[in-house]
Ligand binder design. Sequence first.
Ligand code: OOB
Length: 525
Amino acid sequence: MTDWVPFPDDVAARYRELGYWTGETFGQFLADRAARFADRVAVVDDRQRWTYRELDERATRMAHGFVARGIEPGDRVVVQLPNVAEFLSVVFGLFRAGAVPVFALPPHRSSEISYFCSHTDAVGYVIADKFGGFDYRVLADQVGVREVFVLGDPGRHTALDDVPVDPSGELPTVDPSGLAFLQLSGGSTGVPKLIPRTHDDYLYSVRESADICGLDTSSVYLVALPVAHNFPMSSPGILGALHAGARIVLASAPSPDVAFGLIERERVTITGVVPPIALVWLDAVATRSEDLSSLRVLQVGGAKFAEEAARRVRPELGCGLQQVFGMAEGLVNYTRFDDDEDLVAISQGRPISPDDELLVVDSDDVPVAPGEVGHLLTRGPYTIRGYYRADEHNEVAFTDGYYRTGDLVRVLPSGHVVVEGRAKDQINRGGEKVAAEEVENHLIAHPAVHDAAVVAVPDPFLGERTCAFVVASGEVTGPQLRAFLRERGLAAYKIPDRVEFVAEFPHTGVGKTSRRDLRRALGGR
Ligand code: OOB
């Protein structure tokens, strides 16, 4: 079993020759920007405001602390923090200690966290004491990882503030083409997939994103989504902001109450949200008094943004729209600021790199005619060649180095991509991805469930919600099943919005459960 699939040597050499991969590590990246932008404000949250120099010093201190606690180069450490400045000092501290952060999201519970820890053999877990009414120390006790670091009251664990510091200790040398971190995939399989990204490939996408999104030292980037997600991390996100010497403002929630106040107070110039949040902002703005005039760009991505909503952004919010079609596996597309308004309203943008290869194929892998809808396959200088420790799944998810995105798209003559749908068994719940099979496996574990199939139901607000079809073998109700999934430690956003009991499932020609027929059956209800 290989841990992760590096780029082929000749391909890597070419990306270096082209100047895409520069050999910079994340640790060096921060040191370099801290030297250039020392006294500028790097990051602001509810409680604090750090300059680049301060962030850099804190990251180094964290690195020494992690080393002192026995975190060794290559060790995996699961990071599950809300949108706080310490996310940055912790993550850069881990990079400098040579450790590999595994990026969990705040809603993840014991089902997901136990899996991340066991699948990666994690030796550490970084949490906040409490967030959103949930006590993460209880989760840490359930999961049982060697070193637990807590922001806030540590209970029986180690406080982040108390990690021992020995600045005379040596920090390791880090390989820029080595594994930098593991990002999460929305996935479509029974267990979540982990995405191995390198310093070289990720920083290339960060630099280009910052450039495409026009970031400079006068930019202020608001993190409205969970900071560990790929979109606010790198598209251009917090890393793009640091690259450009811009200011990062972390919002504890994306609600107009919180976000609009921060936009006004910090003179935010750019932010990225998922479509349901964009809709909430559009509906709220007319009745709000905050001054949003500093906002130049609203990025929307993670799920399809309806054309009608896209056309409302400029007139109602008074800023430009940038559509972003990205994936933690790599490929990111942006509409450009000089694209005409119609293109920005109807397309999800074009790739970052001239060397992003996009193949649009039919179900036999034959390329479709230009402009026709087909399955999107992609490879390029920042798209992974395989998931982490997933040899078997990689056989089906990658072909000739191309990643099978599971998205149905068409490509316009301009090179812009229009997302037309999805072929993967995944529900896109307003940008939050739910793998049907993962939820089905949990449902089937219930003694009164004979079989289960989870499908998407169209929803005007979230785009899609989840419906679980269940063939019961005993007495059980929908609410009981939902409670059962919660008890099994499944993140709340994966709990089916709706449960429908049926006597049996419709089948496809070869006898597989026909999700299409199930979705159609819902239409009739
Ligand atoms: C982003 O990343 P993930 O890994 O959570 O999800 C990727 C999937 C894509 O394969 C596609 O199915 C869907 O999310 N998606 C979109 C979309 N952006 C993502 N579908 C339609 N329209 C869009 N604009 O979601 C992500 C990563 C980086 C930047 C932005 C989004």
